[in-house]
Ligand binder design. Structure first.
Ligand code: NAD
Length: 416
């Protein structure tokens, strides 16, 4: 039943646990374990050298039962169709947990942006979007940033789409600069959601988040904002790593100085305000909270036994393998799953899409208050489900998500 051995297989394992508890009928089970659409495109780009290179791009619309597909676009040399499909499925469950009217999608381009000029990146972005243009749109599929894509890339996407349809269409993509239809608070929203999940977990487990010790893997959008906002609750960020290494300071890192170092050096490694630390060492630190906020499959059965944190808040998508998760749960580690923990980003994306369609924009305070309410609702629904069925938070999140998508699938009936 479970084609384990792929990232999509891991997603299926998580899905199956919930589907069994829900007694999901075979037909709905079948629908929800198949991607609706998988698009593969070749994107020729003239490089600065004059040579033409062809990049492979993917866009997967996993399920659009609840609304338009929603999900980021990732630029990374390791992108595969399997990975993008799993990420699109996770987006389906995430939007359902967050209780927003979106399905799940994801995109990726196999490329190494660190070796590309700004002009090459713009050309690649525009060509990739032109290749998938018929499949995207405010009512169809609304991309957003992910690893190695940012506000500028979203602006190029919005412009490319608008040029093709002949009028400005801000609601085709989220995570845009505020000046062209972006939402206040969107940039910080994933980290803000991670912080709310951390605060609610500590409250549920009965410990004080202020004074607690925190380790974070990844210091990009999610990791750096989580660090700043969790520290603002009085916690100490004692360790941060990224793709080049990391830094540890038992007294707590100076985040302002660390951010300045990263702005200059493009990595936390080599920061003078602490001792060097590897990614392997980060996972074994004696901390209260561990926030993986980099890539998938970082917590495995090899390093899980060494984890000493009470709580793991999954800022990244799929950072814990199912085997490692079972191990952590057995040892009593409270894991807040990705589809809940990092859903603040897609919730704020939903707010951005709503504002673009209205043409009426909210203040940052309004966005943050609405985000707080949605995250609070989602965390509460998952926690109550976990207590009701005596299951871990991940299975509970899937029960909530799969249950919602299954209900709407039954209500809509079969088109044949
Ligand atoms: P980002 O590109 O801004 O940052 C990624 C960080 O991970 C960087 O600090 C990078 O150095 C580090 N990293 C990369 N490879 C690594 C490795 N092998 N070992 C250790 N560190 C490594 O990306 P982001 O937007 O912060 O996304 C991080 C994760 O969060 C991804 O899994 C993404 O899917 C997920 N996510 C992002 C958002 C969002 O709004 N940006 C929302 C939900 C989920």
């Amino acid at each position: 039943m479970t084609p384990y051995g792929s990232i999509f297989g891991e997603m299926l394992e998580e899905f199956e646990l919930a589907a069994r508890i829900l007694n999901l009928e075979r037909g709905i089970w079948n629908i929800l374990t198949h991607p609706k659409r998988q698009i593969i495109v070749s994107c020729p780009v003239q490089m600065d050298s004059g040579e033409i290179e062809v990049f492979t791009g993917y866009r997967v619309q996993y399920n659009i039962t609840l609304g338009p597909a929603k999900g980021g676009i990732r630029y990374h040399p390791g992108v595969t169709l399997d990975e993008v499909t799993a990420l699109a499925a996770w987006m389906t469950w995430k939007c359902a947990v967050a209780h927003i009217p979106f399905g799940g999608g994801k995109g990726g381009v196999v490329c190494d942006p660190s070796k590309m000029s700004r002009r090459e990146l713009e050309a690649l972005t525009r060509r990739y979007i032109a290749e998938i243009i018929d499949a995207i749109g405010p009512e169809k599929d609304v991309p957003a940033p992910d690893v190695n894509t940012n506000e500028q890339v979203m602006a190029w996407i919005m412009d490319t789409y608008s040029m093709h349809v002949g009028h400005t269409t801000t609601s085709v993509v989220t995570g845009k600069p505020v000046e062209l239809g972006g939402s206040h608070g969107r940039r910080e929203a994933t980290g803000r959601g991670v912080t709310i999940a951390a605060r609610e977990s500590a409250r549920h487990l009965g410990f004080d988040i202020s004074g607690s010790r925190v380790a974070i893997q990844g210091f990009g959008n999610v990791g750096s904002v989580s660090a700043e906002l969790i520290a603002a609750l009085g916690a100490k960020i004692v360790a941060v790593t990224d793709w080049q290494g990391g830094v540890y300071n038992a007294a707590g890192l100076d985040l302002t100085k660390l951010a300045a170092h990263v702005a200059n050096q493009k990595t936390v490694a080599g920061f003078a305000g602490g001792e060097p630390l590897t990614n392997a060492e980060l996972f074994a630190l004696d901390v209260d909270l561990l926030v993986p906020a980099a890539l998938e499959n970082q917590i495995t059965i090899e390093n899980a036994p060494g984890i000493r944190a009470k709580v793991v808040i999954e800022g990244a998508n799929g950072p814990t393998t199912p085997e490692a998760h079972r191990h952590l749960h057995t040892r009593g580690v409270f894991v807040v799953p990705d589809i809940l923990a990092n859903s603040g980003g897609v919730t704020a994306s939903y707010f951005e899409w709503v504002q673009d369609r209205y043409g009426y924009f909210w203040t940052e305070k309004e966005v943050n208050e609405r985000l707080e309410a949605k995250m609070h609702e989602a965390f509460g629904a998952v926690l109550q489900t976990s207590l009701k069925y005596h299951v871990d938070m991940r299975t509970a999140a899937y029960i909530v998500a799969v249950g919602r998508v299954a209900t709407v699938t039954r209500l809509r009936g079969m088109y044949a």
